[in-house]
Ligand binder design. Structure first.
Ligand code: PMP
Length: 424
């Protein structure tokens, strides 16, 4: 059933059940003969029928290349692509659609900022402030930039609970800080960073702020103007949309001053062998044929999420997180990693004497899909002196039955390893 037509009045819902799993065809398929319990939403989310259908319909009814054709279909495809940009603009409350650049995803968006804005702005000795919580996508592009410019990286430490050390942030921030690049939500621990407050502090010393929103956009309201940041990056596939499409939002003034990153078709105004001139943003940053169908399907995903209500999704996941945290904490031998006061629906944990990979494999045999490993956050694992964790990450379709299946599968693993406590 389509979420748009379903009666979703709050009164009819228990706090931990939106009842929308049937919108996602893949959730009906069994895995290893079991009901699929999909708890790997931090890696990628499943797609509702509305998104699958939007992509299919684009190829069946609207496919053509954009921005270049004089024919009707090309104009039609261009209109759909640009309408998707407006859908993104409204979703994140950007001031202008031209501030929305389509990319392959968060990773490409951050690399774009590093190589276009960063390479032309940073000088030797300038500082980039990161945090221990960052995903490799928000570390390595800056390391590459440092090699190119002589800029240096400083890192804000975290507490044992996985919260940023705000005193250290204040101490590390200085006139030398040119960029603060922070994750909105930690993919490994779920910590929600106080981005608006950190941005205000960064701006006070004249630093530019990039926010990695990969784990945020699908889980709570993101308003880039309220956050006050300068760049915001996210991926469509973590927002119930397709892979291969993502967004870099940047302030109009910043984008206007940034040189191209990749060259090619669609990003130019004129080309001659003597030299070329470039289109304005966002086209300047969209060289080559983009993921047109992906942008249309991303807009369908945003429409889907918006029809449910992002605040309702946030409330649902928040209640389910509280329930799941209590359920895991009650299992003897389970240790939660990341217990920040302000958390999104991510549960990282260790089970005594069972390696996370073994645990992940046993859970999988029970139909429970979680992630095991370093979660592309190796410095964070080093901080906790662990090789990795098991991670269950929630999406809008998860409910208490999924958490019960997770708990039962952990018990099964403990039984197999002979580590299940018989204590009451
Ligand atoms: N940042 C964070 C916090 C993430 O969780 C991820 C994906 N795991 C990324 C960046 C990279 O996203 P993508 O692979 O879609 O570019």
């Amino acid at each position: 059933m389509n979420a748009v037509t379903e009666d979703l009045s709050v009164n009819k819902l228990t706090p931990t059940r939106l009842g929308l799993a049937h919108d996602f065809p893949i959730l009906a398929r069994p895995v290893h003969g079991r009901r699929l319990v999909y708890l790997d939403n931090g890696a990628t989310t499943q797609k509702p029928e509305a998104v699958i259908e939007a992509e299919r319909r684009f190829y069946r009814e609207s496919n053509a290349n954009i921005h270049r054709g004089v024919h009707w279909l090309s104009q039609h495809a261009t209109d759909l692509y640009e309408a998707s940009r407006v859908t993104v603009q409204r979703f994140i409350n950007a001031a202008h659609a031209d501030e929305v650049v389509f990319t392959r995803g968060t990773t490409e968006a951050i690399n774009l900022v590093a190589q276009s804005w960063g390479r032309n702005t940073l000088r030797a000795g300038d500082e980039i402030l990161l945090t221990t919580l960052e995903h490799h996508s928000n570390i390595v592009p800056w390391q590459l930039l440092c090699e190119q410019t002589g800029a240096v990286i400083k890192v804000v430490p975290i507490s044992d609970a996985g919260e940023l050390d705000l005193d250290a942030f204040d101490a590390l921030l200085s006139e030398r800080t040119r960029l603060v690049a922070i994750t909105h939500v930690s993919n490994a621990l779920g910590t929600i960073n106080p981005v608006a407050m950190l941005t205000a502090k960064a701006h006070a010393v004249g630093a530019t702020v990039l926010v990695d929103g990969a784990q945020a956009v699908a889980h709570h309201k993101v308003d880039v103007q309220a956050l006050g940041c300068d760049f915001y990056a996210f991926s469509g596939h973590k927002l119930y949309g397709p892979t291969g499409i993502g967004v870099l939002w940047g302030r109009a003034g910043l984008l206007a001053a940034m040189p191209p990153w990749q060259g090619g078709g669609d990003m130019i105004r004129t080309v001659s062998f003597e030299g070329s001139t470039y289109a304005d943003a966002p086209q300047r940053f969209e060289a080559g044929t983009p993921n047109i169908a992906g942008s249309v399907a991303l807009a369908a995903a945003i429409d889907y999420v918006s029809a449910i209500g992002i605040e309702r999704i946030a409330a649902h996941e928040h209640a389910l997180l509280a329930h799941a945290t209590a359920a895991l904490a009650a299992i003897p031998g389970v240790r939660l990693i990341g217990t920040a006061a302000n958390k999104a629906g991510i549960l990282s944990f260790m089970v005594e004497r069972i390696h996370p990979h073994d645990l992940g494999t046993i859970l999988d045999s029970e139909g429970v899909a979680i992630r095991a490993g370093h979660h592309c956050a190796m410095p964070l694992m080093t901080r906790f002196k662990i090789p990795g964790t098991a991670r269950a990450s929630l999406g809008l379709y998860n409910d208490e039955a999924d958490i019960a299946a997770l708990v039962a599968a952990i018990h099964k693993a403990q039984d197999l390893f002979g580590t299940r406590s018989t204590a009451p």
